[in-house]
Design a protein around this ligand. Structure first.
Ligand SMILES: [Fe+2]
Length: 159
């Protein structure tokens, strides 16, 4: 007999999903901080354009961070909430003193190469576990980010 949590999902599945979601959360915290740094430090003739773009990006990441953490709580588990823990498991690393717009966008594209596979893995795992809430969240993130990858790639296409 399977043991279910209070939203009817299998406890073992939920533990495994929460671990992956915590990994995603940790990566997003670094992604958020890096985007904020790009917003502040960017220089050059595209300053006004990119300053605004990076603000959109960190604002969106902040929302996602909250959604991911609260999904973990909804599953009945606890989200990581210290930088110490985030630093241990995040594959995205802190970027320092990036002032060039093209370089910043390349760093963002590199981060998506970490975030997207994690989200696709979570899409698969949540699908297998009948966790529709996590599944639809991942599906939204994936579609949005695929579009952003197209746009960011277009921006750096000639560099
Ligand atoms: Fe600002």
């Amino acid at each position: 007999m399977k043991k279910n949590n209070n939203i009817g999902l299998d406890n073992k599945d939920v533990t495994m999903l929460s671990e992956k979601l915590n990994e995603l959360l940790a990566n997003y915290q670094f992604f958020y901080m890096n985007s904020r740094g790009f917003h502040w430090n960017i220089k050059g003739d595209k300053f006004f354009e990119l300053h605004v773009k990076f603000e959109e990006l960190y604002t969106d990441s902040q929302l996602k961070i909250d959604e991911i953490a609260e999904r973990i709580l909804t599953l009945g588990q606890s989200p990581l909430h210290t930088f110490e823990d985030y630093a241990k498991i995040s594959k995205i690393k802190a970027e320092k003193n990036v002032t060039d717009g093209v370089q910043a966008i390349k760093k963002i594209l590199e981060a998506y190469e970490i975030l997207l596979p994690l989200e696709r893995e979570l899409l698969q795992l949540s699908g297998d576990s009948n966790d529709e809430g996590t599944n639809s969240l991942m599906s939204d993130y994936i579609g949005e980010q695929e579009k952003l990858i197209w746009m960011y790639s277009a921006f750096v296409a000639n560099d």
